[in-house]
Design a protein around this ligand. Structure first.
Ligand SMILES: Nc1ncnc2c1ncn2[C@@H]1O[C@H](COP(=O)(O)OP(=O)(O)O)[C@@H](O)[C@H]1O
Ligand code: SF4
Ligand SMILES: [Mg+2]
Length: 330
């Protein structure tokens, strides 16, 4: 299978006064053209930092890629000069954030901001750029786009703002869209509409999608393959049907138990007891050991590598040791 994006043993750390935060510590995956991939895990496990590393928009100098590689087609992004990276960002790989105002400037109209993308990447004049902007707003389901281009971000509702940000991300027809918790900040009543919009655009334009969410339920309906992250590491990865039918890692099983289902009251959902370990001071051994219902003595001493548990299924748990250990890096 052709690979569009290849991430290998990515390590991104933050150098803070309190010490080194190993936010992403050995993440590897491949993304094929048109493929949809979900990154899941509780808050703080390194999902956004993985995305910011691919886009090369880390808050430097504190945050730095310290190891591994990110290849987009035949180019190595970790060492690409910033000028060349500017062409990839937006044109080839675009990103939608949790909070739409992160991507919008409150001082400029929607039309000017969207038009700016066409002017910067495609050299269009202002009037042409504004026309293209209105076209795009229409495509993402914003009513009366010709009027809306003159609105400032605060004049739009949260859902409409996120639609405008999605339009900006789509402006250059990117090959990869990274959507980082795209509906978490929105009213529940419009979350499904925005997710539908992303899926529709993806199938219409044929781009690859990396969908990041803390909610396994959201990811399940949107992607073909799932990577579960914990404490900066991948702990399980598999096709979406496989991971739903045979979740192997105790952490993944815990996440499944906290997905709302029909007939189960939301307030009765079991949460995984305990909390994510402090990344500044990680325990030896398995990073999930302090919360794992199946913990064994060995788990506290030795960190498990990723074990191959099926053709396209990996799990970082000693319980899956029967399989072959994959990748020397882990
Ligand atoms: N600017 C920063 N400075 C220091 N640590 C950071 C910074 N941004 C993120 N981190 C740390 O990196 C870890 C992963 O963060 P993040 O990728 O944002 O998690 P999430 O999975 O919720 O998206 C967190 O534990 C956080 O403390
Ligand atoms: S390695 Fe041990 S502690 Fe870690 S998830 Fe597996 S059983 Fe639980
Ligand atoms: Mg995040």
């Amino acid at each position: 299978m052709e690979t569009l994006l290849q991430v290998r043993d990515l390590r991104t750390h933050f150098f803070t006064l309190a010490g080194v935060v190993r936010a992403v510590d050995g993440v590897s995956f491949d993304l094929a053209p048109g493929e949809t991939l979900g990154l899941v895990g509780e808050s703080g496990c390194g999902k956004s930092v993985t995305a910011l590393s691919i886009m090369r928009i880390l808050p430097e100098p504190a945050g730095r890629i310290v190891g591994g590689s990110i290849r987009f087609r035949d180019r190595e992004l970790t060492t690409l000069p910033e000028k060349a990276m500017e062409k990839i960002r937006g044109e080839k790989i675009a990103m939608v954030y949790q909070e739409p105002m992160t991507a919008l400037n409150p001082a400029f109209t929607i039309g000017d901001q969207l038009g700016e993308v066409f002017r910067f990447h495609q050299g269009l004049e202002r009037r042409q750029a504004l026309e293209r902007a209105a076209d795009l707003l229409q495509q993402v389901g914003i009513p009366s786009p010709k009027t809306r281009v003159r609105d400032y971000p605060h004049q739009l509702s949260g859902g409409m703002r996120q639609r405008a940000v999605i339009a900006m991300a789509m402006a250059c027809n990117p090959e990869i869209l990274i959507a980082d918790e795209p509906v978490t900040a929105l009213d529940v009543t419009i979350q499904a509409q925005i997710l539908d919009l992303i899926l529709n655009l993806r199938s219409r334009l044929g781009m690859s999608l990396i969908l990041i969410s803390h909610d396994l339920g959201v990811v399940a309906n949107m992607v073909e393959r799932v990577i579960v992250m914990y404490a900066g590491r991948m702990v399980e990865s598999a096709g979406v049907e496989e991971i739903f039918r045979f979740p192997l890692h105790p952490y993944t099983r815990g996440l499944f138990q906290s997905i709302p289902r029909i007939g189960r009251r939301v307030e009765n959902l079991p949460e995984i007891p305990g909390s994510v370990p402090n990344l500044l001071n990680l325990p030896a051994g398995c990073k999930f050991a302090n919360r794992c219902p199946e913990v064994m003595d060995r788990c506290r001493r030795e960190e498990p590598p990723l074990f191959r548990a099926g053709e396209d299924h990996e799990s970082r748990c000693w319980l899956n040791e029967g399989g072959m250990s994959c990748r020397g890096d882990s």
